[in-house]
Each structure stands twice: as C-alpha cells, then as structure tokens.
Write a protein that binds this ligand. Sequence first.
Ligand code: NAD
Length: 276
Amino acid sequence: DLTSTTKLANGVEMPWVGLGVFKVEDGPEVKQAVIDAIESGYRSIDTASVYGNETGVGEALKAVDVPREELFITSKLWNADQGYDSTLKAFEATLERLGLDYLDLYLIHWPVPEANLYEETWRAFEKLYQEKKVRAIGVSNFKEEHLKTLIQGSDITPMVNQVEFHPHLTQEPLRHFCRDHNIQVEAWSPLKQGQLFDNDVLKEIAAHHNKSVAQVLVRWDIQSGVVTIPKSTKVHRMKENADVFDFELTHDEMKKINQLNKDERVGPDPSTFNKR
Ligand code: NAD
C-alpha cells in the first residue's frame, strides 16, 4: 500500500508513491488536496519553493492527524537560490513556510550548468544534512554528466535524482548510472501530464488487468524501481493512482511499455534550462 517504501542509500525509507503538487494553487486548493491525499493514505508529498504553495501544504500538515514521523515531505531549492549562503537561507524559508523543523528530502531543482553553482550549492546541502535538518538530500533533473561532476568532488552522493520519466522518456542509461551509484530515481510527470491516456498499448494492458492507464503507469514505475509522484487534486483520482498494489505487470508487458520510448520530453532539457 501507500506505506510501502524503498530504502535510500542512508537507510531512510521513502514511499514508492507520493502526491505531486506542481501547479496546485497555494491556499485552500493545495491545503484540501494534501489533506485529501493524506486521508486517502498518502504519506509522501512533493512540493518546491517555486511552486509557491509550501504555505498551504504546511497548513494541511498541521490540520491532519498523522504524526510527523510518518510523513515524507520533499521540497526543492529554486535555481535563483543556488550558491552556499543563499541555499542555507532558502532552506530556512522553505522550512518556515511549511511550518516544519526538518524536511525528509531536499532537492536541487535543476543543475543550471551555465551558472556553475550546483557544486557549491551541494556543500550547503551536505551541511544541512549533517545538521540533521533534512533526512536525505538529492538532486532533480541531473544528467549523468552533472551527477559525475557532483559525485567526484563531494563527500555525499545524492540519494535521489528526480527526473522526467514516463514511457515516452524511459531514461535507460541514466537509470543504469543511478543504480550503479545507489541513487534512487524518482519520476516526475509520471503520467506525461495526461498525454498517454489514449495510447493503445497501454489501454490494452490496462484492460487486461481491469485497471486504468494511470494505474498501469504508476505500477510500471514501481516495477521499474522508480519512485513516483502523480499529481491530482481530485480525491477519486488520488485513490485510483494509489490503488496499484493488487496487480503485477508481466515481464512481457513491462517490455512492451519500455518499447514505447521516444526520448521525448514534456519539460525542458536540463542541459540548457536556466530560468531564474
Ligand atoms: P503528471 O504526469 O502527474 O500528470 C498530472 C495530470 O494528469 C493532471 O492534469 C491530472 O489532472 C491528470 N491525472 C492525474 N491522475 C489522473 C487519473 N487517474 N486519470 C486521469 N487523469 C489524471 O504531471 P505533473 O504534475 O507534471 O508531475 C507530477 C509531479 O512531479 C508534480 O506535481 C511535481 O510534484 C513533480 N514535478 C517535478 C518537476 C521537477 O522539475 N523536479 C517537474 C514537473 C513536475
């Protein structure tokens, strides 16, 4: 179920399935979505400072009756805040908006290679980790070349890399590299933002299991060893996306889904994305 977890390199348990809240409005909308998710059994919530909704997420965490240690809260450092001192400052602001005294996972949102600040930023992440203000640290949208640079000059290897991942972008070489370095891959836009629901291969597999395409996608993530955070603000869809622990895709079905790969992104290319 939704309490089922994977163990990160440092032993911290991270739920396989969480709720993403990208583009969910701060205030009542995000507050209600997070409350609904947690009441439906979700324990993991993925936000980011740039989503502008950490305050509403924090209000929801206060409103629910689940002990803090059972929750897994992720946020991300925005590009404009990269750099040592600015990272420490941005982290404190994130904690304050969320109303928390620690995070479960903090991610560098994008590498922004042209700014050349992600290594310095990582020094601050290592400090936050050593001070136990965050239980695990990682990155997002890092390609193999960025990971290599970071690992070479660092004491701590990122525990997670959250990247765009769905059947049109299966990230085989990057996942292989991450497996070799004990970096847990996490999928963003696991439903390709709704662009895969009329795919015939997925529809046929879904029908065979009496499941929806969304459920097949979430199940494919888990069986691929990838943590996943589908987004919805509708309770029935949150429940649907989490109801994936009572069936298994066959080896053949996994293969058929993997063969849908087109190396096609919905999001920007991390090598050039430099929005501040
Ligand atoms: P997604 O792939 O999760 O798709 C969400 C869309 O699918 C929404 O429009 C939703 O209404 C619809 N949907 C959800 N469940 C459905 C269902 N069962 N049936 C039909 N439609 C359904 O897209 P996303 O929000 O881009 O990605 C998920 C999360 O990943 C985000 O909320 C965010 O937390 C994270 N993310 C991170 C980055 C990053 O750079 N690190 C970038 C994008 C997203």
